[in-house]
Design a protein around this ligand. Structure first.
Ligand code: SF4
Length: 510
């Protein structure tokens, strides 16, 4: 079996979903090969002669190996300006190389002027014309060689982000055309979201043999002839992944202590709308898994992938030192108002928490059922700062209960807490196409594509996207208290690289 992670996604850590499949296949003695075509494909494009010799591109090409080396060392994170230059130069090279195929590829982006990843017809067209894809010269040779060497009976593609969709289908089309007998399985987060849409009908029949929603371990095992999967190990297996090529100063180890969300109450949350059930790995196993993986792979950072770390798993983590810094998403709960708890988190290695605050207006928070009290949020931010845990705060503008006055309250909250916020992510609300709350809102007859997960809507307060965007661009982003926080955000890699900018190993010998 061949497992493929297609381009384009941030090339900074191995894909966790495939690592879990590796574990299940190993457990049942099924041989497999893993291809991180995202990492390999991006490195291939970066080393391909760009179609332009303008000054910026020529300089970027001259510094290519220096930039790659620096992003793979602590040195690359010691100077924000140098880091930004490296990222911008890599993006420039990708852009100038891919524009020859009429598309725009960057380190976490793939856009095509004529094909949309949310239209099934366009994905089918990408499959029919794989040679139009910017990664074609890479995957044509790589897949041909691998298929010759390994003769897999089945190829699994893990499709998680829209930026992977066009290349996934181009690769599928190539395999279909050249190796018609190989079975193709398609799964991953994006495929799960498609298949959980009401009235879902598979538009890819004849192209993809099996579509998988949710965890792929059991369906894959069953396709490989395992009748009783039994207890499939949940600990991911990263043995098949490169330890040195990802853009990070060492291995970032992704790990999920749970799937679904323990809170599962926020309105408009896709996790809830998709009906993903909460499943948590027992806490003693989480600690044992992490100790095992840390001992085996010596990562420089643990990335906890949970939608929200439950307070009890955080407490367990706080009582164990993993010897490696970790970060992840947490809800703002009263636990974080306890300074001792925040200090214990720090001692256990917690370098950064991602906090979905969403709004600085209590009514908006209550309507969204976030379960957040602003007084608690204020205390939590102060405690985390005192403990030395960085706060990466997520805000969401344009939700149905927000208008300009509420958005201004959010700005005010940010301004009064500026010294406690290390990084800030600003997002504009997208109305999911389905979910319990959507029926109460007037949605627009807006058609982006049959695979789109979002729809337009009439904002009850007239606080529509152009007005929100104007507020963000003209007022919030320019505010002297907010602009420096936004400037700190690592471009492209954002929260994936942010912990390196707060890490003592970056700060040392500055
Ligand atoms: S905490 Fe996050 S994942 Fe959980 S319900 Fe709220 S938005 Fe969804």
């Amino acid at each position: 079996m061949l497992l493929i992670y297609p381009p384009v996604a941030k090339p900074c850590e191995p894909p966790a979903g495939i690592a879990k499949l590796c574990s299940a296949l190993n457990h049942h003695g099924i041989s497999f090969t893993v291809l991180d075509a995202n990492l390999e494909g991006l490195l291939y494009l970066l080393n391909f002669p760009p179609g332009s010799s303008d000054t910026w591109t020529t300089r970027a090409l001259r510094h290519l190996s220096g930039h790659l080396d620096s992003l793979k060392s602590w040195e690359g994170y010691r100077n924000g300006d140098r880091y930004r230059r490296a990222i911008n130069d890599l993006n420039r090279l990708l852009k100038m190389t891919s524009c020859a195929s009429g598309v725009r590829v960057e380190l976490a982006n793939h856009e095509d002027d004529t094909l949309s990843p949310v239209r099934s017809m366009d994905l089918i067209r990408a499959a029919e014309n794989p040679e139009d894809n910017p990664f074609y010269p890479y995957f044509q040779k790589r897949l041909t060689d691998l298929l010759k060497e390994q003769s897999p009976s089945l190829i699994g593609f893990s499709l998680n982000y829209l930026s992977q969709a066009l290349s996934t289908f181009a690769m599928i089309g190539f395999v279909r055309r050249e190796h018609a007998n190989v079975k193709i399985v398609l799964g991953g987060g994006l495929v799960t979201s498609w298949m959980r849409r009401p009235h879902w009908k598979n538009p890819f029949q004849g192209l993809v043999d099996h579509l998988v929603a949710g965890p792929g371990e059991e369906p894959l095992l069953s396709l490989m002839g395992v009748r009783e999967a039994g207890d499939v190990p949940e600990r991911p297996n990263y043995d098949a992944f490169s330890q040195k090529d990802y853009l990070a100063p060492g291995l970032i180890l992704p790990y999920s202590a749970s799937s679904g969300c323990y809170w599962n109450r926020c309105s408009f949350c896709p996790e809830r709308a998709e009906g993903n059930r909460y499943h948590a790995i027992p806490e003693d196993r989480v600690i044992a898994d992490l100790h095992f993986l840390v001992h085996k792979h010596q990562p420089v950072l643990i990335h906890l992938l949970d939608n929200a770390l439950s307070p009890s798993v955080m407490r367990t983590l706080s009582m164990h030192s993993l010897g490696v810094p970790w970060y992840g998403f947490a809800r703002i709960t009263r636990h974080l108002t306890d300074p001792d708890f925040c200090h214990a988190l720090k001692r256990s290695g917690c370098v950064m928490l991602q906090l979905g605050l969403e709004s600085g207006d209590q009514n908006v928070l209550d309507t969204l059922q976030k379960g957040i009290q602003l007084e608690e949020a204020s205390l939590a931010l102060k405690n985390l700062k005192k403990a030395g845990v960085a706060a990466y705060v997520y805000l969401l503008f344009g939700t149905p209960s927000e208008g300009l006055p509420e958005a201004r309250k959010t700005l005010e909250f940010m301004v009064t807490h500026q010294e406690y916020i290390d990084f800030l992510n600003l997002a504009i609300f997208n109305m999911p196409i389905y979910g319990p709350e959507v029926e109460q809102i007037e949605t627009e007859a807006f058609y982006e594509g049959d695979l789109s997960l979002y729809t337009g809507f009439d904002h009850p307060k007239g606080w529509n996207r152009p007005r929100v965007r104007q507020f963000l661009d003209k007022e919030l982003k320019r505010h002297p208290a907010i602009a420096p926080i936004l400037r700190r955000d690592p471009p492209v890699f954002t929260s994936n690289h942010a912990p390196f900018f707060c890490d003592e190993r970056t700060m040392n010998d500055k």
